[in-house]
Design a protein around this ligand. Structure first.
Ligand SMILES: [Zn+2]
Length: 216
């Protein structure tokens, strides 16, 4: 099963992506990671990322397609997060899968309001030593200032303040929203309410995909 996971920044995409790829044995790809890898080999890309901008649409598409071709074994299915962001990227990805005799089986959209995202991201803490991510509400550490794993200091990321979040949300809406509307018209989007606890969202996704969840 090839899955695309979409949603605004702070909707919990990373968490659900990890759980889903574990459960369904999918290769989890995230454009953020791919772009950082690329930036290590390319100074121009590095400066684009460091300035907080997005890599131009077509260039990103070409890079991702080449990456897929070179690294993904033919039999492996993919869970993609952060890509595609645009209709053109969706079409390119679909074409690439078609060549392998596959298709995008599901597009999951984690739906969340700006207010809920501001609340969630304001409670997010990151370890300044090992990078482990916590949330004081949904995934709290034992001590709210100390990392459970390494004892490092837990800090609020600079761009997790309400003003930055609003800007990111607006930027997201200007881009991905069009793709979601396009896919929605084709009846391809599975919408999931992301303003709920992690496990509840996960079970809802599995149910909508027609996959049995473990009883516990
Ligand atoms: Zn740590």
């Amino acid at each position: 099963m090839n899955i695309v996971l979409l949603g605004p920044p702070g909707s919990g995409k990373g968490t659900q992506a990890e759980k889903l790829s574990d459960k369904l044995n999918l290769l989890y790809l995230q454009t953020g990671d791919l772009a950082r890898e690329w930036a290590e080999k390319n100074k121009r890309i590095k400066s684009i990322i460091e300035s907080g901008k997005l890599i131009p649409e077509k260039e990103m598409t070409a890079f991702v397609m080449q990456y897929l071709e070179e690294t993904v074994p033919p039999e492996r299915d993919i869970l993609f997060e952060g890509f595609p962001r645009f209709v053109s990227q969706f079409k390119s990805y679909q074409e690439w899968l078609t060549k392998r005799g596959k298709k995008i089986d599901a597009v999951i959209f984690l739906d969340s309001s700006e207010g809920a995202i501001i609340k969630r991201l304001s409670a997010r803490r990151i370890c300044d030593k090992c990078g482990e991510v916590y949330n004081l509400v949904t995934n709290p550490p034992k001590n709210k200032r100390v990392c459970d794993k390494c004892g490092g200091r837990l800090i609020l990321r600079k761009d997790d303040n309400p003003d930055s979040i609003r800007i990111r949300f607006k930027y997201y809406h200007g881009n991905t929203q069009k793709l979601i509307e396009y896919l929605d018209r084709k009846g391809l989007v599975i919408k999931v309410n992301a303003d709920r606890p992690i496990e509840v969202i996960f079970k809802d996704i599995l149910k909508k995909l027609g996959v049995k969840s473990d009883r516990n």
